[in-house]
Design a protein around this ligand. Structure first.
Ligand SMILES: [Ca+2]
Ligand SMILES: [Ca+2]
Ligand SMILES: [Ca+2]
Ligand SMILES: [Ca+2]
Length: 402
């Protein structure tokens, strides 16, 4: 027999613990803090698993729509639950697979904690959410999942590492602070556990504290353990904030007026808000979408620049209507990269007469390359002074392929 398998198992896998089963974290003076990545085992991992991410470690598990977020994570490492099949509200919600409202059902992380003091411990968790379908987790104790540990929720602090002590309820979707706790009845060794509520969740660290009024700062308190802990992973520089192309184009002339795509209604249309800047169509559920808003600026003639996004899996179609009549229709060029913004993807309709209160309607249709569909992403509409539209359309792209 050849021992080929040794080669495969030698590399440290990112779903395996870096903490041995003998390492115990310790509560002192009513507080204990633990890095998410210091679990000693995970269980119920058939459908989803937790993977470590750090500067040198990036799980190769697909689908996973968002990039690594190592910068700012405590000890420069965190866990993400993958695969992440439900990214937006229009992706299928599969109970017991991409979502679980029950504690202890999917992908349980286990941590050994020695409590010196009994009583009620309030829960704080540090996480990074980039959307509405990656912002919930459950906490349990010794295999029990009390109501007071379910549905830890993040609404604020998108795209930043953020502490939360809020519990989502039927009435308050963004959660009620201070309602999350575990009751420790006996001193000594216990197991603190976390399990999935939403896939794609990114988990950095947790704190249990007896102080109801405590609020964590920065990366939170130091982690105390019964043995030497691994060195911190290497730090990663904060990513440069990409310039917002639409804002730059819209602000290129002080006389410009503009309506961002995300200022059009998305609820009740077949569009969704895609990231911070775009509207888009999820081709898994819709191929066309339509949305309208009122023109609220001064009546007059304008050059209209429609700011669309080029994509690599087809050419979308955008039609602009004014009070139900077509102003113009166009297709942005397709691209090499996943998407791109710039003059090749914009439309210009010159000298259009607009009155305050006119109804502006955007109709969009996804395109295809024969294999996959693009998402009809668009950024908004600029109303430039007559004669200046070309300059706005040709404004240098902020696109950076790196
Ligand atoms: Ca990710
Ligand atoms: Ca998800
Ligand atoms: Ca994620
Ligand atoms: Ca961490």
């Amino acid at each position: 027999m050849f021992s080929v398998i040794v080669l495969v198992t030698k590399a440290q896998r990112l779903n395996e613990p870096i903490i041995g089963p003998t390492v115990i974290f310790e509560e002192k003076a009513g507080e204990v803090a633990v890095e998410a990545e210091y679990f000693y085992k995970q269980s119920k991992t058939e459908l989803r698993q937790w993977y470590r991410t750090s500067k040198q470690e990036n799980p190769d598990v697909k689908p996973d729509a968002d990039p690594a977020h190592v910068s700012g994570a405590s000890r420069n490492a965190y866990l993400e639950i993958l695969p992440d099949t439900r990214v937006t509200h229009s992706d299928p919600l599969i109970k017991g697979e991409s979502f679980s409202d029950n504690g202890g059902q999917i992908a349980i992380l286990h941590y050994k904690v020695k409590f010196n003091n009994t009583g009620r411990y309030y829960v704080w968790v540090r996480a990074m959410s980039t959307g509405s379908e990656d912002n919930g987790i459950h906490i349990g104790l010794d295999g029990q999942w009390p109501e007071s540990g379910l549905r830890i929720q993040w609404c604020e602090g998108k795209n930043n590492w953020t502490w939360s002590n809020k519990q989502r309820t039927k009435e308050v979707h963004c959660g009620i602070p201070g309602q999350l706790y575990l009751d420790v009845d006996e001193p000594g060794l216990h197991e603190v556990q976390f399990s999935m509520r939403e896939d794609g969740f990114e988990f950095d660290k947790f704190i249990l504290t007896k102080d109801q009024y405590y609020t964590p700062k920065g990366v939170g308190p130091k982690v105390l353990a019964s043995a030497k802990l691994p060195d911190a992973c290497p730090a990663v520089k904060a990513p440069e904030v990409k310039k917002n192309y639409f804002k730059m184009v819209a602000g290129a002339l002080p006389e410009n007026k503009a309506i961002a795509a995300q200022d059009f209604p998305s609820v009740g249309t077949d569009f969704y808000t895609h990231g911070k800047n775009w509207m888009a169509i999820n081709p898994n559920t819709h191929h066309e979408a339509i949305t309208s808003t009122a023109f609220k600026f001064e009546s007059g003639n304008y050059d209209i620049v429609f700011v669309g996004v080029g994509e690599n899996d087809g050419r979308s179609t955008f039609q602009l209507l004014l009070n139900g009549k077509e102003v113009g229709i166009y297709q942005p060029l397709s691209t090499e990269s996943m998407f791109e913004e710039g003059k090749d993807f914009n439309a210009l309709w010159k000298n259009v007469s607009l009155k305050k209160g006119d109804k502006l309607t955007v109709k969009a249709k996804v395109g295809t390359d024969g294999k996959e569909f693009c998402r009809a992403r668009w950024a908004g509409i600029v109303f430039a002074p007559v004669g200046k539209g070309k300059k706005i359309q040709d404004f240098p792209s902020t696109f950076d392929p790196n």
